[in-house]
Design a protein around this ligand. Sequence first.
Ligand SMILES: [Zn+2]
Length: 78
Amino acid sequence: MALEPCKVCGSLTSTEEEICIICGYPAKGRPKSLWLKWMALILAMLIGLPLVIGLIQTIRTPTQPQPLELPTTKTSDA
Ligand SMILES: [Zn+2]
């Protein structure tokens, strides 16, 4: 029986254990969880990136200057 450091929390976990007893991360043989982690990361990026880009664009163009044309006043005098 050997001990291996957990990839996530670094605590020594028995190699016979399927998951880390501390954080529950599967020590071996379960790459699906890792996939899920990556998927979550990618999803977070997909959602976060447009948000960040939108934020940057908002900062770039602060308050738009008021339009020259007046909304209610018409020059035509009938
Ligand atoms: Zn762990």
